[in-house]
Design a protein around this ligand. Structure first.
Ligand SMILES: Cc1ncc(COP(=O)(O)O)c(C=O)c1O
Length: 384
């Protein structure tokens, strides 16, 4: 292949695409002997009734999926108690996050997010040559409203709040979010990816605040991360603008069918959600006894600070040698942390056994840490 031709082609790339290095081709996915607790999936099968819908959808493989996801949007509207034109559906909520960046940002614009927050937003901001303001909060369990309204955040095009937050699992009261919505004229994006494991949700605020857009996903609480179904809920004038700029056929027939079926059978996941909350409590309590400080979590994962002097990346590598995958983070404030997704009892037993064995081997002094609080009764969501 001619080098000159290649250089000519590459010189036509946009400035953003040109500045990024070609990524490594990547490693093969870990085989099934690994216990995968690093990306907050929900490792349970689909309920049989939902599975039947998925198989039936395969018979429509030769057709393009329904345009504009109308039936899926209708199903979501019914489930969430709103009108269909308040709903956009997408290939996971990450597609919808990307649409928001495309809809609102031109190079140099700002977006504000609580820190630490969902790191995918860093990539999206970079791809849009936007500045991501990561607003630190001294308190994980309340909103730094003044900081989000003032200073460099004052002219952000939108504010991103994940509630419960990733990677902390912290949940801020809806009253805080309502105060921010009332005082701000900007779009507030409330990312409720983990809300089914939390005590409350923001749906009731939709009819009161036109500047609210809620994101939901079936990836976490409905065990469908690989199927890719997410929703944006908000004012029809905004939702319609997002639908205008969405790629045609970004979802497929299986995602559409499984999405509709899951939304009609949400009660079938009650035991799953209870299991995750119970295991979350057990794992957090046992980690505390091993000297980890665990941030109280309302999601399907826990963020654990390793005992004093130990490092998150070190723990991640040590656990990977035992075939247990957990997440660690490059952020300074999270250097000592690992994030562990809550999976099946067997998976969590394997994680705890490996963690105990590694702790025993390191024979480090265990710093004292407040015991993990008793279960805070995160109950099933009220509506949606
Ligand atoms: C806070 C948050 N929002 C959105 C997503 C994206 O979810 P999906 O694209 O699978 O719907 C994730 C996934 O980890 C997340 O943690």
């Amino acid at each position: 292949m001619s080098d000159e031709k290649l250089q000519n082609v590459l010189s036509s790339l946009s400035p953003v695409a040109r500045q990024l290095d070609v990524p490594p081709s990547g490693r093969p996915a870990p085989d099934s002997s690994y216990v995968k607790l690093d990306t907050n999936e929900n490792p349970f099968p689909l309920p049989p009734i939902v599975m039947q819908g998925a198989c039936a959808a395969l018979e429509r493989q030769y057709l393009y999926p329904e345009n504009d996801n109308i039936s899926l949007r209708e199903a979501a509207a019914r489930a969430y108690g709103i009108a269909t034109d308040h709903v956009i559906a997408g290939n996971g909520s990450s597609e919808l996050l990307g649409l928001l960046y495309r809809a609102f940002l031109t190079p140099g614009d700002r977006v504000a997010m609580l820190s630490p927050g969902f790191s995918f937003n860093r990539k999206l901001a970079m791809l849009h040559a936007a500045q991501l303001l990561e607003i630190e909060s001294a308190e994980h369990h309340s909103l730094p409203i003044e900081e989000l309204l003032s200073g460099s955040a004052a002219d952000a095009k939108f504010v991103l709040l994940a509630n419960p937050n990733n990677p902390t699992g912290a949940f801020v009261p809806l009253a805080d979010i309502e105060r921010l919505l009332a005082r701000s004229d900007r779009l507030i994006v409330l990312d409720e990816a983990y809300v089914d494991f939390a005590p409350d949700n923001g749906l009731r605020l939709l009819s009161r605040y036109a500047n609210l857009l809620i994101l939901r996903t079936l990836s976490k609480s409905y065990a469908a991360a690989g199927i890719r179904v997410g929703f944006g809920l908000g004012h029809p004038a905004l939702i319609g603008r997002l639908r205008n700029i969405q790629n045609v056929f970004s979802m497929n027939v299986i995602g559409q069918a499984v999405g509709i079926s899951i939304l009609s059978h949400r009660a079938a996941y009650k035991d799953n959600h209870r299991h995750i909350r119970d295991e979350r409590q057990r794992v957090a309590a046992e980690l505390s006894q091993l000297g980890f400080c665990v941030t109280p979590s309302h999601a399907n994962f826990v963020l654990a600070h390793a005992p004093v002097g130990q490092d998150g990346r070190w723990w991640q590598a040590a656990l990977a040698k035992e075939k247990i995958l957990v997440a660690s983070f490059p952020d300074k404030s999270l250097e000592s942390c690992i994030r562990i997704s809550i999976g099946t009892k067997d998976q969590m037993d394997a994680f705890l056994a490996a963690t105990k064995a590694i702790s025993a081997r390191t024979r480090r002094a265990v710093a004292s840490c407040a015991p993990y609080p008793a279960d805070r009764q995160d109950t099933d969501m009220r509506a949606g």
